[in-house]
Design a protein around this ligand. Structure first.
Ligand SMILES: Cc1ncc(C[n+]2csc(CCOP(=O)(O)OP(=O)(O)O)c2C)c(N)n1
Ligand SMILES: [Mg+2]
Length: 607
């Protein structure tokens, strides 16, 4: 056997660079890195030597650069991914939140935090967590519950099995998620005689599992037995590349489609069978169809609470059929499962259904919804003095958007409003991280999206709260010359949680900046802040000013930031569905007692 002598870190990087997707692209498109003693000498040296085959990117925070990596994979429908390396200790645990984000959203990312010395010689090293009773514990154990595959590399040759396993998980549609290879510092630098064949190019094809014949027959029967089925399209439709198949299926069988946050843009917004967004942040049209449906047919959805109205919308007595590649998702709440790739599953179902058709929904439902949505997004009249609403901001961004625009967001007021109001055109034009809804995903995520699809206009919608939590990859976007447009809606605090607090009977407390413990009122100059990192930044004093700024953004060469003050209170009243947020059973506040009563009534409704 021909062998090659390399360090474990050099071998890992060489192996990673040789793994391809079915389009012949390297599956891992690059590695984000922040070095410390846990990875600079080992992985750092290997990355430098391999810089022509695997590009290294330097972010400003391990969590946010992992967000960029994850957004990259999400935008490309999991066809490619990125890797991230950190030092040990704080650098590593900074990535744990991002690992959880990838885990919840079923997105691939390869994490390679450094780990303590396997030989334990210098223990305890700087940043080493010491467990008094367990010698095998390190800070990286925090990754275990948020990794689909976790391993600690304590000998070089473990990579011979660990790396193929890592790629199997990241490219497996059912198991897909973050992989953590915690890489002991001394092991990274240790040499080993590797079989040369280990570094041969390898193609990882997207597996498309076919359904079990009995499950397929039962699913066909379930649909045939329904008179008013509805399709709930989730993120799995995008990941399976099944948008066109879904459209053909819906059209042939006249079944209305509603979209989850991850599923939105599966069908164009103006398609007659797209009844709109479903659930807590859904449209009146979609939720009305779901309430009346006798079969809820989920395709590639996790059925999270925002989709199901905390299961008040899809009550148990309603029949649920779930087409999902992952049995865990396909059997939730006693759903009848059809375990298969969404594209394959829909095609086989359609063949089995033949010319069978459901009753098409009345067009009025959709028309009424868009009348309500358009009313809140249209520009205010010029003599209106009130602060603009987030809905009006969405209207302005929508009017400035082009066919290739991707709007993205993760947390705050905007996800719900965008779900309701954004008119998504083609698949991939709406990128919402609403599985973990992680504040701070936005700017870094926007960077990752633009790296994935450089020809698209990327518009990042971010609240002042999320911006303050994590913004420093804006400087990375500036230095990398990556152009993204960032719209900061400054409502002076955590507007959505303030409203949730009021909705559950609470006093306005600790959310808006003016309601926090303070001596000096907050005056954050977001324009100056963004400009200090090199972004082209300006303030829009009105919706008209925002429209002007968005037109200017077109000509910008790098990141363009526009800040607009918005009213923290109004949201779109139309549409929506109940959300289970537990209200205190006893309280001195009358408002809480009233909210509790309403909550208990709602709980009764759900059963
Ligand atoms: C990391 C993280 N911490 C806390 C939350 C809970 N949370 C959701 S939205 C939000 C406030 C967002 O404020 P901002 O970005 O200003 O948006 P706004 O609601 O004001 O529009 C909070 C605290 C979260 N989603 N993520
Ligand atoms: Mg805010």
């Amino acid at each position: 056997m021909k062998t090659v002598r390399l360090t474990a870190a050099q071998a890992a990087i060489r192996y990673i660079a040789a793994q391809k997707n079915e389009d012949g692209e390297t599956f891992i498109a690059g590695m984000w890195a922040i070095f410390g003693h846990g990875n600079v000498a080992g992985i750092g040296e290997a990355l430098h030597a391999a810089r022509d085959t695997l590009t290294t990117y330097r972010g400003h925070n391990e969590q946010s650069m992992t967000h960029a990596a994850i957004a990259y994979a999400k935008q490309l429908g999991r066809r490619r991914a990125m890797a991230v390396t950190s030092s040990i200790g704080p650098g590593a645990t900074n990535m744990v939140t991002a690992a959880a984000l990838a885990h919840v959203n079923r997105l691939p990312v390869l994490l390679m935090p450094g780990d303590v010395f396997a030989n334990r010689g210098p223990d305890p090293v700087l940043q080493q967590v010491e467990d008094f009773g367990d010698g095998t514990v390190s800070a990286n154990d925090c990754f275990r519950p948020v990794s689909r595959y976790f391993d600690r590399i304590t000998r070089p040759e473990q990579l011979l099995t660990a790396l193929p396993r890592a790629f199997r998980v990241m490219t497996d549609p059912a198991d897909c998620g973050p992989v953590t290879l915690a890489f002991c510092q001394d092991v990274q630098a240790e040499a080993y005689d590797w079989p040369e064949s280990f570094f041969d190019e390898r193609i990882w094809r997207r597996r498309r599992p076919r359904p079990d014949e009995n499950e397929l027959a039962d699913a066909i029967e379930a649909i045939r037995a329904a008179s008013r089925p509805v399709i709930v399209a989730g993120g799995g439709v995008h990941y399976a590349g099944a948008c066109a198949t879904l459209k053909a299926f819906a059209e042939k069988h006249a079944i209305p489609v509603v979209e989850t946050q991850a599923g939105k843009s599966a069908l164009p917004w103006d398609h007659p069978l797209n009844l709109g967004p479903v659930g807590v942040t859904g449209s009146a049209s979609a939720n009305a169809i779901c309430e009346e449906a006798d079969l809820v047919f989920g395709v590639g959805t996790r059925f999270q609470d925002f989709t199901t109205g905390s299961w008040a919308l899809f009550r148990k007595k309603r029949r649920i059929l779930a087409l999902n590649v992952q049995p865990h998702d396909g059997t939730k709440h006693d759903a009848q499962a059809l375990i298969a790739d969404a594209d394959v599953g829909l095609k086989l179902l359609s063949a089995g259904l033949g010319s069978w058709k459901a009753e098409a929904p009345a067009p009025a439902l959709k028309e009424d919804w868009f009348r309500a949505a358009d009313a809140v997004t249209e520009a205010p009249s010029v003599d209106e003095n009130a602060l603009p609403t987030d809905m009006q901001v969405i209207g302005a961004v929508q009017r400035a958007a082009r066919e290739n625009t991707v709007v993205m967001c993760a947390a705050g007021t905007m996800p719900g409003e965008l779900h309701k109001l954004w008119k998504a055109g083609r698949p991939g034009s709406y990128h919402m991280e609403y599985g973990y809804s992680c504040m701070g995903y936005e700017i870094a995520g926007g960077l990752g999206i633009k790296m994935a699809e450089p020809d698209r206009d990327v518009v990042v919608m971010v609240g002042d709260g999320s911006y303050m939590m994590m913004n420093s990859e804006l400087a990375t976007a500036v230095s990398m010359g990556v152009k993204i447009t960032v719209v900061i809606t400054d409502n002076r605090g955590f507007g959505c949680i303030n409203r949730l607090q009021m909705g559950t009977g609470g006093a306005e407390f600790n959310n808006l900046l003016d309601h926090t413990h303070h001596v000096n009122p907050s005056h954050i100059d977001f324009v100056a802040h963004a400009a200090s990192m090199g972004a082209d930044a300006r303030k829009a004093g009105s919706i008209a000013g925002l429209e002007t700024a968005l037109a200017e953004a077109r000509a910008a060469k790098g990141p363009f930031v526009v800040v607009i003050d918005t009213d923290p209170y109004p949201t779109t009243e139309a549409g929506g569905y109940w959300w289970d947020v537990a209200v205190p059973e006893v309280s001195d506040r009358q408002e809480v007692n009233a909210a509790r009563k309403a909550y208990e009534n709602a709980l009764k409704e759900r059963t």
